[in-house]
Write a protein that binds this ligand. Structure first.
Ligand SMILES: Cc1ncc(C[n+]2csc(CCOP(=O)(O)OP(=O)(O)O)c2C)c(N)n1
Length: 353
């Protein structure tokens, strides 16, 4: 039977810095020394802060926390590539991004310590509160991008979701509308291989997550998410394409969650030590350090200075956050714009003496 092909698509995979720190010179982005230095400092500070948050939670000084260790390149690469005028819609694992947007680290600690104040982000930072319900931020990201387009503002809207979020209806709604309305979106899928204990291979039979984009008429690219140069370059290019051409992109960043899902999870129950070891050898910070050494930026003294600076910053932020005194009643205040009768009653009930 004669057939006519009505659709053909493909997804590229990009890696610029391999696991040994060797750079692909043809793809290497032209990044100033100042930005390379900032990328490294943020990656080290994020890991130092993350370790501290875990210790705080374990000693009862912080509530449930979602570690970012292993995913620094996806977060920091994006934070550095985004313009101040772009919008960011993070999920809980990207909360370090607020700091990159100019919000004090202490405020992020306050949010993980359970205070509402922590996520009251001034709109001038163009960063939405992180979403805990999976994928719910994505239709808002499309709506936000559509409003940027309607207003004629040249701003990209960059959102994050995990591999698990691609199984939520909201992911598909968001992509579909972005395709139809031609919105300036960059949808990042942080494929860290797990949705709590559910491995990526149980999420979908699709070869890549990026190819989901093709069904909705968007561009889909897969990249090594532990390669900060690839993340930086792809987010920069996709955001420019969004701003200038109203073309949305899906970027699947392949990474690995080195820690537990949250502090209430034990990953040893569902994954092997060999697997973790495999990913340790692909660490995003180790390979970038080698790259910086080859560029003449990294040295033992530089490492010492960066680490000491990060530790001090983190300790100062903890001190400041622990001095914060909030009002527990506030937790009812921001559930909805106007408090419903039900909530009023619950608030009274919860705090009656
Ligand atoms: C709508 C919804 N369903 C279920 C949950 C419970 N839950 C919390 S995290 C999570 C897994 C998310 O995995 P993924 O999207 O891959 O992101 P990751 O945590 O790995 O960064 C689930 C199912 C939730 N928060 N929201």
């Amino acid at each position: 039977m004669p057939v006519k092909k009505v659709f053909e698509g493909s997804v590229d995979y990009i890696q610029i810095l391999d696991k040994n720190g060797k750079v692909d010179e043809e793809l290497e982005p032209d990044i100033s020394k100042d930005v390379l230095d900032k990328l490294y400092r943020h990656m080290v500070t994020a890991r130092t802060w993350d370790k501290k948050c875990l210790a705080l939670q374990r000693t009862g000084r912080m509530y449930t926390y979602a570690p970012l260790v292993g995913q620094e390149a996806t977060i920091i690469g994006t934070g550095m590539a985004a313009d101040k005028t772009d919008w960011i819609f993070p999920s809980y694992r990207e909360s370090y991004l607020y700091h990159m947007r100019g919000i004090p680290l202490s405020q992020i600690n306050i949010s993980w310590m359970g205070w509402e104040k922590g996520l009251q982000i001034d709109p001038e930072y163009r960063t939405f509160p992180y979403a805990i319900p999976i994928g719910t931020q994505l239709p808002y990201a499309t709506g936000g991008a559509y409003s940027m387009k309607m207003k004629g503002e040249k701003s990209a809207v960059i959102s994050f979701g995990g591999d698990g979020s691609t199984s939520e209806g909201e992911f598909h709604d968001a992509l579909n509308f972005a395709g139809v309305l031609e919105t300036p979106n960059v949808f990042i899928i942080s494929n860290n291989h797990y949705a709590i204990s559910v491995p990526r291979k149980w999420q979908t039979k699709s070869e890549t997550l990026a190819q989901k984009a093709l069904a909705y008429g968007l561009k889909g690219i897969q990249a090594d998410g532990n390669d900060v140069l690839a993340v930086y370059r792809l987010v920069k290019e996709s955001a420019r394409r969004a701003r200038e051409e109203n073309k949305p992109t899906v970027l699947e960043l392949v990474t690995y969650r080195m820690g537990m899902h949250t502090t209430s999870d034990d990953p040893k129950k569902y994954r092997s030590e060999e697997e973790v070891e495999y990913w340790k050898k692909r660490d995003p910070i180790d390979r970038f350090r080698i790259y910086l050494e080859n560029k003449g930026i990294w040295s033992e003294d530089y490492e010492k200075e960066v680490n000491e600076g990060a530790k001090q910053k983190v300790e100062d932020a903890v001190k400041e956050a622990e001095e914060f005194k909030g009002d527990p009643k506030e937790m009812f205040n921001h559930v909805l714009a106007d408090m419903t009768k039900n909530l009023e009653e619950q608030k009274k009930e919860a705090f009656k003496k």
